[in-house]
Design a protein around this ligand. Sequence first.
Ligand SMILES: [Zn+2]
Length: 91
Amino acid sequence: MSDWWKGRAHDQCTHARINASNYPGTRQLCCECDQPTERCEDDSIFVGDTGPLCADCGHVLEQQIEDMRADDRREREAEAMALYYQNHPHG
Ligand SMILES: [Zn+2]
């Protein structure tokens, strides 16, 4: 009965072993959400310089970059239109 704490210590060891067997090898964690990426170094997900990422964060980041590019394009188009109308005033 005075050994009650051993059970707790054992639990922690077991927990570590379960972690190790669930994430064998180098456990790669997503740099965005700190969850296991379920990838290894060979097929890790990078978006630009950001990574490694899990599949979810990879998708989110890709989408954000696409949106940014789309915004950028719209801005450039608007600038080009403004310039066009400056150079070609109506009337
Ligand atoms: Zn993630």
